[in-house]
Design a protein around this ligand. Structure first.
Ligand code: ZN
Length: 265
């Protein structure tokens, strides 16, 4: 079968005899791994089209269950993603998250559109990169059917009148009354319960329903951002099995110079 698709390169791996394996988030087929003998080094046309983050058009052939990539052309390189280490780290996390989220060969057009929009906005963004990445994670999780419940307590079904926590295993808000009823003094890490102040809750509510472009100028404060990163990471791990990502710099920030070096592309 010959196929032609647009896609975003998630990963490139060298294999034997100068060949490469390209993990592609294709518009038509979802995530696929395609072997190729196209030149992946240097500045040639195909080399640019095979780099992670690139949005391109790809000619593929599937035979005996294996994909092969015959030609590749970059439509957008998103080169400016690599211009700042913080931006690159943030985008790398989103890219790896997307790769882990996607099953093999299952089309995901809404997530594809979201990812493209996210990378376009990140490319021109000058600062506060993680704000947009946290928003991307929230929207991707929601698209995948695991949107957290943010209006009612997931245990008693009532609209909370007082304080609330975020119950990762519960999948959303847990009111203080239910927390008290449980009578567990330690609501720490192992139970995956996070106290929520209203800033954090309001940001998550604000994330829903608007066009992604509306958030161009949004910039979250450090503590809110960190809390959201932790909550969304645990939520995605528990409900969607997305965990163990390599690009953990996203969570630490403040990269050292030696680490910056490694991020140059
Ligand atoms: Zn409750």
């Amino acid at each position: 079968m010959d196929a032609y698709t647009e896609g975003i390169v998630l990963r490139q791996t060298k294999t034997l005899n100068g060949r490469r394996m390209i993990t592609l988030f294709s518009r038509e087929y979802g995530k696929i791994g395609a072997g190729t003998s196209l030149a992946g080094g240097g500045k040639g046309r195909s080399a640019l089209a095979l780099r992670p983050f690139t949005y391109g058009s790809y000619a593929l052939r599937k035979s005996r269950g294996a994909w092969h990539m015959n030609s590749a052309e970059a439509l957008r390189g998103f080169y400016r993603i690599a211009e700042a280490p913080e931006k690159f780290a943030s985008c790398s996390y989103a890219l790896e998250f997307t790769e882990k989220l996607l099953p093999e060969e299952s089309p995901a057009p809404a997530l594809f559109a979201l990812a493209l929009e996210y990378f376009e906005m990140m490319e021109r963004r000058e600062k506060r990169f993680d704000t947009l990445t946290v928003l991307f994670l929230f929207r991707a999780i929601s698209l995948w059917g695991a949107a957290p419940e943010l209006e009612k307590c997931v245990r008693c079904g009532k609209v909370p009148r007082g304080g609330v926590s975020f119950g990762v295993r519960d999948g959303g808000l847990v009111c203080d009354a239910c927390m008290g009823a449980e009578n567990i003094p330690d609501t720490g890490k192992d139970r995956l319960l996070y106290p929520l102040d209203f800033d954090i809750l309001n940001v998550m509510r604000y994330f829903r329903g608007r066009p992604f472009q509306d958030f161009e100028r949004l910039a979250l404060d450090g503590p809110v951002l960190l809390a959201l990163k932790r909550i969304l990471r645990e939520h995605a791990a528990w409900h969607l099995g997305v965990s163990g990502l390599r690009s953990e710099e996203f969570f630490t920030g403040g990269l050292s110079p030696t680490r910056n070096e490694r991020h140059r592309v």
